[in-house]
Design a protein around this ligand. Structure first.
Ligand SMILES: NC(=O)c1ccc[n+]([C@@H]2O[C@H](COP(=O)([O-])OP(=O)(O)OC[C@H]3O[C@@H](n4cnc5c(N)ncnc54)[C@H](O)[C@@H]3O)[C@@H](O)[C@H]2O)c1
Length: 367
């Protein structure tokens, strides 16, 4: 089969995580790279063997004429870079979060409506094996009606706030330079798959500035999200406190059972399910349900998937995205799903400023 889809990467560092997935796919080939910083661009060119190298994004789109672009530039460029591609009918796989302001999110949604191209947000945590398994079990009704979920992203990243030369990076300004839940999608993504309703109202509070008072973001922020029917999702994001990381802490409660994800490496993912556990006090390993409920994609994963970053998520989201580009299925995380994961965090900046006031989350489907 010919490799009919030409892929371009923007932002050399993070996009490298997707290289093997696109190269191993029978329909795609990475043909061009763009990075504004030449040393990173040339390193990536040498590492991948890709020879069409650009420092200016729009020039890459116009000259390399890719069918697909992976937007893996810093967060504040996701919307302008996605819109520039969508205006040229180039399919977009955009890194998280989808955007950094509600206004630009509106512009993005408008651009997806006008474009013939597919937009998908690359929320890779939705594709991790335990998340995929719990999602399948939710869909099969094992938890009954799900009404409470938690997700935590605890990842001390201070080493990435300045360059080697001491210059502040984009993370310094856009992640910890803003107070609120600035990086919620890894937590909200899986929770929304399980709760299956969008957040309509949010409240955000923080634990104060203790570790390094220079940052506007409080050390730990807690985002509470309510859905139209009254379900609750609790998100905790902490990118400052000194501690080993724990980026995949999840909990789910339904009318017929609960899931308690492992909270540290080596920990076990556990479930209790009314219809399956005779002992009301006994948690059982989640893996016990793999034989009956694990979706096909995770049953016999290829070596590229097992080697891919973020527990295989970086591989499977590319497979899903190419299926969407080829019209075989709708994008798993379309622009509205991306908004459901992104807008609560943007509105949280106003809520935390107003002492945790409950605020409406706009519904992008009405825009
Ligand atoms: N989904 C995940 O698990 C995950 C993991 C890491 C990063 N990310 C996301 O990926 C994005 C990139 O993160 P990173 O860690 O690679 O950041 P980084 O700072 O390490 O790298 C960003 C790269 O983009 C380049 N760049 C900056 N402005 C550019 C422009 N206008 N045009 C082209 N290139 C430009 C920089 O030179 C740099 O090489 C961020 O949005 C981040 O949130 C997601």
């Amino acid at each position: 089969m010919s490799k009919e889809l030409k892929v371009a990467f923007a932002g050399a560092r993070r996009s490298s995580s997707f290289f093997k997935a696109f190269q191993s796919h029978p329909e795609t080939e990475v043909v061009a790279l763009c990075d504004a910083y030449e040393p990173n661009l040339y390193d990536a060119g040498r590492a991948t063997g890709v020879t069409q190298l650009y420092t200016v994004y729009e020039k890459m789109l116009d000259e390399a004429k890719p069918d697909i672009v992976v937007v893996a530039t810093p967060m504040q460029f996701h919307v302008p870079h996605s819109i520039a591609a969508l205006e040229r009918d180039i399919h977009v796989l955009s890194e998280v979060t989808a955007g950094v302001s509600v206004d630009e999110c509106r512009w993005l949604v408008g651009a997806t409506k006008r474009s013939k191209a597919v937009y998908m947000m690359a929320e890779n945590y939705n594709y991790r094996k335990p998340v995929v398994l719990v999602t399948a079990m939710v869909e099969a009704g094992l938890f009954g009606e799900t009404y409470y979920a938690e997700g935590e992203y605890l990842h001390e990243l201070s080493m990435l706030h300045h360059t080697k030369e001491g210059k502040p990076t984009w993370r310094y300004y856009w992640q910890v330079g803003v107070n609120g839940c600035t990086y919620p999608t890894h937590s909200l993504g899986p929770c929304l798959q399980w709760i299956r309703e969008r957040p309509t109202r949010i409240s955000c509070i923080g634990a104060g500035n203790w570790t390094d008072p220079e940052h506007a973001m409080e050390d730990t922020v807690q985002l509470s999200c309510k859905t139209a029917s009254g379900k609750l999702i609790r998100v905790r994001v902490d990118m400052l406190s000194k501690r080993p990381h724990a980026m995949t802490n999840y909990t789910l409660q339904g009318t017929k059972g609960a899931f308690e994800g492992a909270r540290h490496p080596g920990g076990q993912n556990l479930v209790w399910l009314e219809d399956y556990c005779s002992n009301p006090d006994e948690w059982v390993p989640l893996e016990r349900f793999e034989a009956d409920f694990l979706p096909e994609m995770w049953r016999d994963p290829p070596p590229e998937a097992l080697a891919a970053g973020h527990g295989g998520g970086d591989y499977f989201e590319v497979m899903d995205f190419v299926d969407a580009v080829q019209g075989r299925k709708p994008p798993a995380i379309d622009v509205h799903a991306a908004m459901d994961m992104t807008l609560p965090g943007l509105v949280s900046q106003e809520s935390i400023r107003r002492g945790g006031e409950w605020l409406e989350v706009p519904d992008s489907r009405r825009w």
